[in-house]
Design a protein around this ligand. Structure first.
Ligand code: ZN
Length: 278
């Protein structure tokens, strides 16, 4: 039988993903779409009988605690996406510790249970940023799903890990899958634009099947704001960033629906239950 894959949803507002979000986008002046976007995701998952890990930003949980409780009540896992969506390399160790700690406090308060997993905003791309994993261990977290050792473009990582592994500090890493050496490149297909918007659905399905056969379960991800047909960007956003976000937007919903109908998806804590028990 094919294994269940881990579906992960990064819960943030459309403006948290803005290229200047670490400079302080102001919630009060911007339209909030996170509740509608997440409710749409919850509805799709319920129809497909799928469950997922939701990496929720602390900033969202503080303003929309009901939403977090609703996600958890539907049987999904709540994990941390940090508090403010600032890229990890722009933070000192003290700032990063405070950021993750704040998110854990608000999330566990919402659901009345401890949170055990973390995903960094914009991922962790360089080995020299791995000090952040030690901080996760210090804060009592059990796993991370952030380390993607590639350059931004054209995804030329040489040693991209394919199987779950344990950092020295004891925290488990559940890496995103890449199709190896696709035309000489490592093709990222497991999330964001490539998963649902740019790549033909067939390519994603074949890559996931190949991963299934060679490695086992894969971790895939998407953002709720990707399901919003309206592309939103802050004033002054460069044209190429807007185009990047616009590209294939209409394909997101049908692609996700098809993916959910084809594969079985469960939260990380269930897919990797044996690793996390170790
Ligand atoms: Zn994010």
């Amino acid at each position: 039988m094919a294994p269940a894959h881990a579906l992960t949803i990064d819960v943030e507002e459309w403006f948290h993903d803005d290229w200047r979000s670490d400079r302080g986008a102001d919630w009060n002046d911007l339209p909030s779409t996170v509740v509608d976007d997440v409710l749409l995701v919850l509805d799709l998952l319920a129809r497909a009988g799928a469950r997922a890990t939701f990496f929720v930003l602390g900033d969202v949980a503080r303003r929309k605690p009901e939403l977090v409780r609703r996600i958890a009540a539907a049987g999904h896992e709540i994990a941390s996406h940090g508090d403010t969506h600032r890229p990890v390399p722009t933070q000192s160790r003290v700032q990063f510790t405070a950021d993750v700690d704040a998110s854990l406090a608000v999330l566990s308060d919402c659901i009345g249970a401890a949170v055990t997993g973390y995903r960094a905003p914009y991922f962790l791309r360089r080995a020299r940023d791995l000090w952040a994993i030690e901080v996760l261990a210090e804060l009592g977290l059990r796993y991370d799903s952030s380390y993607v050792p590639v350059r931004w473009m054209p995804y030329l990582g040489r040693d991209i890990p394919r199987v779950p592994y344990r950092h020295q500090c004891g925290v488990w890493e559940f890496p995103l899958p890449f199709a190896e050496r696709f035309g000489g490149w490592n093709l990222p297909y497991a999330g964001g634009g490539p998963l649902l918007r740019f790549l033909p659905y067939r390519v994603v399905e074949q890559a996931l099947r190949a991963h299934e056969a060679a490695v086992g379960p894969a971790v895939v991800y998407c953002h709720p704001w990707e399901l919003d047909p309206e592309v939103r960007t802050l004033p002054g956003t460069p044209r190429y960033v807007r185009l990047w976000k616009q590209l294939g937007r209409a394909r997101t919903l049908p692609a996700l629906t098809r993916l959910l109908a084809t594969f079985t998806f469960r939260p990380i804590r269930e897919v990797y239950v044996h690793e996390l028990a170790a």
